[in-house]
Design a protein around this ligand. Sequence first.
Ligand SMILES: *Cc1c(COP(=O)(O)O)cnc(C)c1O
Length: 401
Amino acid sequence: MGQWCCDDHEPVIIDRGKGVHLYDAVGNCYIDGNASIWTNIHGHCHPVIDAAIREQLERIAHCSFLGTTNEPAILLAEKLVDLFPPATLSRVFLSDDGSTAVECALKMAIQYFQLVGEPKRRELIAFDGAYHGDTMGASSLGKIPAFHQRFEDFGMPVCHLEASAQLQDVDGTQVVAVVVEPLVQGAAGIRLWPQGMLRELRQWCDENGALLIFDEVMTGFGRTGKMFACEHEDVMPDLMALAKGLTGGYLPLAATLCTTRIYDAFLGGSERTFYYGHSYSGNPLGCAAALANLSVFEDEHTLEQLPPKVEHLTKALESLVEGNPHLSEVRQCGLVAGIDLSGGDGTLGARCCAAARKHGLLTRAIGDTVVFMPPLVITLQQIDEALSALGQGIAETVSKA
Ligand SMILES: *Cc1c(COP(=O)(O)O)cnc(C)c1O
C-alpha cells in the first residue's frame, strides 16, 4: 500500500484492449505480457467472444444455479467433457474462480471418502512452491512464504512434499488426495517439474487408493502447448480444477471436473448432497464466453498454431540470455516463461517490469523472476517486440543500480 500511495507512483489505468494490446487512459500502448494475470487466450475484444456475451446479455445475465440450469451451462459442460478421453473426466461442477474450483475439488474428495465408507482418510498432500488460490482451503494447499506463511497455522492441515519421490515415506492409507499443478508451478516463479512426475503420482495414488487432483487453472487452455498440461504425459487425474483461461480471460467462471466413480458416490438422498454453491455458480454470461472461447480454439486452429510460436519463444529467450550477465536462467513451458534476474534483492523483477513498460511491455515479476505469458494469439513479431522491451527495461534498470 505504501508503494501504491507514494507520491512518485503513477498508477496505470487500463482503458481498453485489442488483441494482445492494452491501452492506458493516457494513450500508451502495451503488449499484454502476462495475459492479464494468466487469463487471456485469444486477445482482448475478440469479436466472437464479444458477440456471444452480448447475445447472452439479451436473454439473461444471471439466474440461480441452485435447482435450475441454463442452456450455455449445459452446452459448456458437454463441450468440456468432450475435451477429455471417454470414461475419464465426465462430470462438471461449475463455480466462479480458480480458488473455488480447487476448494470444490478438495471438499468433493473429502466427502467422497466419507460417502464410500473410508472416513479415516484425512490427509491432503501438496508440494512446496504450490499455489492453488487464496481462499482458506486452497491457500492451505499452497506453500510460498509470501502468500501462505502467515496463515499456515489457521488453515487445513496439509502435508507438503518437495518432490514426488517423498511419497514413498507417506502412509497412503490415510491420504484423501494428492494435489499438484501439472508440469509447471506458476506462482512459484515458473518452476518446471521433472518429466514423468505425473505418471509417478498417478501410480502412487492408484496403489494407495488416494485421489489425484490436477490444478490446471493456469496450465489449461493451451498455455503449455497442448489443451491441458496433463496431455504431455498422457496422465488423467480423478479431479481437475479449471478457471482463468476457461472464458478466454473474459469473465470469472470455473469448473471442477470429476470421474463417474466420484459422481456416483454422491448419487442418492440428501445425506449425500454436496452442499457447495456460490451465488454466481454457472453464470450464463460466463458460460457463453467459455463456449465462444472453445469455438475460437476450433475456428482459429489455436492449438495447431502454437508449435512455431513456442519454438520462436525458445530462440528469442536464448538470444535474450546469451551474453547477458544480468540474467541467470530462463525456464519455458509452452508459451509460459520465467526469466531469472541475477543478483536481485526481490524487487529487481518489479523494477525491470516498470522500466519495460516504457518500451511497450506490461507484465509482472514474481520476486526476481519476470513472467512472460502472453495471450496465445501473439504473433512471432510481437514476441520479439515484447522481449526486446524487456531487454531494454532490464538494461536500464541494472545500469541505474
Ligand atoms: C491463479 C491460480 C489459482 C487461483 O485462481 P483465482 O481465479 O485467482 O482464484 C489456482 N491455481 C493456480 C495454479 C493458479 O495459477
